[in-house]
Design a protein. Structure first.
Length: 267
């Protein structure tokens, strides 16, 4: 049984777990290691069962504990060469990833990693490089697309393939524009290499999801420019305008910024 848990989703720290009965991996590790250990104990997850770390990009909220986790548990870190270089040069990361633990990924090239087949794909964002992941295991396809400035043709294809999808719904445009952020930061967020709005997320789902999509989790919500009920309601309204009914045609949930999700079984 494939299991999924979010241990944090947002600018305070991002970390996601996928596990089978015999193998496990983490996608990003931007939460504190002490907190992650406690949460895993609470869920009965042995961190020794996590055999790989996958990194999307080199911003601190996604890599805060990558070096420490890799060092303590002797876990290899998979990322593109540009992302590895970005981690090395990120001053926020006190412990870097040891050279022998750096494993290189190529975009759009599937790789078998234990129980998982993993494929990284490009996602526009203002990092040194940013990728999403399409992961196949136990007959299901899990896709994660976080920190995404715009929806590309490649991303559309990944949404079409997904049975389970984590996708960014970062902000409400009106809240952002009327809020306290400086103008340069608003422009960055709204740019094609910034973050995805609730509206654009809903449209991307409505126009590209298939009947095979069973569950969607909205991720990386802004604390200042969004709130969970607004994100969910906006996306649901757009889906319903296309004749798609959350709760009937698929499940729609919001991942919390600083609280672990429940344990989801992906069948």
């Amino acid at each position: 049984m494939l299991k999924f848990i979010s241990f944090g989703s947002g600018s305070s720290g991002n970390c996601y777990y996928l596990g089978t009965a015999t193998d496990g991996l983490m996608i990003d590790i931007g939460v504190g290691l002490r907190t992650l250990k406690k949460n895993c104990r609470d869920y009965g997850i042995q961190l020794s069962s996590v055999h790989r770390l996958l990194i999307t990009h080199d911003h601190a909220d996604h890599i805060k504990s990558v070096g420490s986790f890799s060092y303590e548990y002797k876990v290899p870190v998979y990322a593109t060469p540009l992302v590895h270089n970005g981690i090395d040069h990120n001053y926020c990361i006190q412990r870097k990833v040891a050279d022998e633990m750096k494993m290189m990924l190529e975009v759009n090239k599937p790789m078998v990693l234990g129980d998982f087949t993993v494929e990284a794909f490009p996602v526009p964002h203002d990092a040194s490089e940013n990728v999403g992941y399409e992961i196949q295991a136990e007959g299901v396809t899990f896709v994660i697309i976080t920190d995404v400035g715009s929806i590309t043709d490649d991303i559309k294809v990944r949404i079409e393939r997904a049975n389970y999808l984590v996708i960014e719904a970062n902000h409400d445009v009106e809240m952002l524009m009327s809020g306290p952020y400086p103008e340069y930061l608003k422009k960055r967020i709204l740019s094609g290499s910034g973050h995805l709005s609730n509206e654009d997320c809903g449209k991307a789902l409505a126009e590209n999801m298939t009947e095979g999509l069973r569950h969607v989790w909205l991720c990386h919500l802004s604390e200042e420019n969004n709130h969970p009920e607004l994100a969910r309601k906006t996306v649901e309204t757009i889906l319903r305008s296309y004749g798609i009914i959350p709760g009937k045609d698929m499940e729609l949930e919001v991942l919390r910024r600083q609280m672990p999700s429940e344990v989801y079984e992906l069948t």
